[in-house]
Design a protein around this ligand. Structure first.
Ligand code: NAD
Length: 281
């Protein structure tokens, strides 16, 4: 079997067209949705990410500001900037790009963002809301994965989902979202012996580890849906995921590519959260 592709670029384009219409409607009522992106230091990957996020805002007609600070910025100075953005009525979403320089407590910085503007969904209030099923912003990457599963019409109820990875920004929230859809969820991580024994049981596998070729064809149940969150480089320097795409696509029924899968969907869900925040305000 050759799996069908879940195209994150095409789905993003479709969703963003809808967002552009909602942005136009908000603007007609006098509100332009605004996202503030705060970058501290000169991490090369972070610079690419923030540029893509700012560009995506512009493409759907949203306002965005990119605040860049040197790595010498103090934590107190950063907290003061976040407080100011919390009070700024033109800003509906605040994103502090991680990682922060080592002299800063990233969690303390995130906790300073108003939960009403926490469009990354990393605040404990947002995480808690997801945990208990209350309204709140969901982390963009796992939310993007869920939208991809919705897009292919997958009914998750009673299905066995295996999430590989237990980070606060991907693995754990992904597991909670799948659980909320009544899937039976297994979370595997670095201390899980015999990963394959779990993945072979899965109707859906979400790989969020950061290791190339972690998931190979012999680890996938025929017909399973495979979502690849990983972002790695192969020996030639090409972007690749955690899944051995060439092998797994012969076994899975649906698969996301890297690049062009979860990556664009992450930014799309950031736009969705910012728009939702503006609509609420
Ligand atoms: P992380 O390093 O915080 O977490 C990795 C997880 O993998 C850990 O929970 C660890 O327990 C688990 N793990 C490590 N080795 C394992 C193994 N051999 N078997 C099973 N589990 C193992 O990473 P993260 O922030 O969750 O990101 C994971 C990957 O997803 C990275 O490649 C990252 O770059 C990528 N990512 C992509 C996007 C996107 O938009 N496409 C967004 C966020 C993260």
């Amino acid at each position: 079997m050759t799996a069908q592709l879940i195209d994150g670029v095409a789905l993003s384009r479709q969703l963003r067209e809808g967002f552009a219409q909602r942005v136009a409607a908000l603007k007609a009522r006098g509100t332009t949705p605004g996202l503030a992106v705060v970058l501290v230091g000169d991490d090369a990957a972070s610079q690419v990410y923030v540029r893509n996020k700012v560009k995506a805002c512009g493409d759907v007609g949203m306002h965005s500001v990119l605040e860049r600070y040197p790595a010498t910025l103090t934590e107190a100075e950063l907290l003061a900037r976040v407080e100011a953005l919390n009070q700024d009525p033109a800003i509906h979403g605040i994103l502090v790009q991680l990682p922060l320089p080592p002299h800063m407590d990233a969690q303390r910085v995130i906790e300073t963002i108003s939960p009403a503007k926490d469009v990354d969904g990393f605040h404990v209030a947002s995480a808690g809301a997801l945990m208990v099923g209350q309204p709140g912003f969901w982390p963009c990457t796992p939310h993007g994965c869920l939208r991809m599963l919705d897009h292919i019409g997958m009914d998750l109820r009673g299905k066995h989902a295996v999430v590989i990875g237990r980070s606060n920004i991907v693995g754990k929230p992904m597991a909670l979202m799948l659980l909320q859809r009544s899937a039976t969820v297994t979370i595997c991580h670095s201390a899980t012996p015999n990963l394959k024994a779990h993945t072979l049981q899965a109707d859906v596998v979400v790989a969020a580890v950061g290791k190339r070729n972690l998931l190979t064809a012999d680890m996938v149940k025929p017909g399973a849906v495979v979502i690849d969150v990983g972002m790695n480089r192969d020996p030639e320097g090409k972007l690749c995921g955690d899944v051995d795409f060439e092998g797994v696509k012969e076994v899975a029924s649906w698969i996301t590519p890297v690049p062009g899968g979860v990556g664009p969907m992450t930014i799309t869900m950031l736009l969705a959260n910012t728009l939702e925040s503006a609509e609420k305000a």
